[in-house]
Write a new protein. Structure first.
Length: 256
């Protein structure tokens, strides 16, 4: 690790947020996607960002390791010149440079690099875990939203059936085939569905508030959500990639 590594630090956070998001979120409008909310949650989370700032500080410290300390310059002036053989001494100038034991600078730099790597992997782990939590809450909201929509569609269909049954009951030609009990049964089912819709709406509102709190926003802040859930093909799990990219494994390797 050296000074050129410092210029890549801002890009690392962006890369982490990008890799932690689903492919579908990356391809949509960034103004109203799950990807945008996940990135916002990570930026607003003080615990995750404190890990990132600690990593920045350790990278800066590691870049300063492995170098000799600044030399010390000492200048002494004499009010009265000191007499020596054939010369007069007006002042003394001393330059001192400390040299550590062989290999000490390299070992110190490697230790700081490993410490910074461990902190970075912890930052990645916390950021990915937070992004997963945001995604989990997001899809829970979408599921409740779909349930409420389905119940509303069923309620509209039931009301249409109720109107047909009422027409049959009032019609002279169809009155014999219609029964008042059918009308009462439909009204009872309609009341149950209306209560279910209200319960789902309350649950969705609670999930919205919890989602905003996770992102460290105002609980009643508006959310932009898609009208439906987009079905995606389940990804193929490559265990070799998990072993290679898992932040906890990299953290353990960094600390030795």
């Amino acid at each position: 690790m050296n000074t050129r590594f410092m210029k890549y630090i801002p890009a690392m956070l962006t890369a982490l947020l990008w890799l932690a998001l689903p492919k579908a979120a990356k391809a949509q409008d960034p103004a109203d996607t799950l990807g945008t909310y996940s990135a916002e949650a990570i930026r607003n989370n003080p615990a995750v960002m404190s890990q990132y700032r600690a990593y920045q500080a350790q990278v800066a410290a590691a870049c300063g390791e492995g170098q000799l300390s600044d030399p010390e310059l000492s200048v002494d002036a004499f009010p009265s010149p000191m007499q020596h053989v054939n010369v007069k001494q007006l002042a003394t100038v001393t330059v001192m440079q400390m040299f550590p034991w062989f290999g000490t600078l390299k070992a110190g730099r490697q230790m700081m690099e490993q410490k910074a790597e461990s902190t970075y992997q912890k930052f990645r782990e916390d950021g990915i875990a937070l992004a997963f939590d945001v995604q989990r809450q997001w899809y829970a909201m979408l599921a409740v939203q779909e349930q409420a929509r389905s119940v509303r569609d069923k309620l509209r269909l039931l009301r249409d059936i109720e109107q047909v049954a009422l027409f049959q009951y009032k019609s002279p030609t169809m009155a014999k085939a219609a029964r008042m009990s059918d009308q009462l049964r439909l009204q009872t089912e309609e009341a149950a569905l209306t209560e279910q819709v209200a319960s789902l709406d309350d649950r969705l509102q609670l999930l919205r508030r919890q989602f905003n709190i996770t992102m460290h926003r105002d609980p009643d802040a508006p959310l932009t959500m898609p009208d439906s859930i987009v079905l995606r093909q389940m990804p193929v799990i490559a265990w070799a990639d998990i072993d290679r990219d898992h932040p906890r494994l990299h953290q353990l390797l960094a600390v030795g």
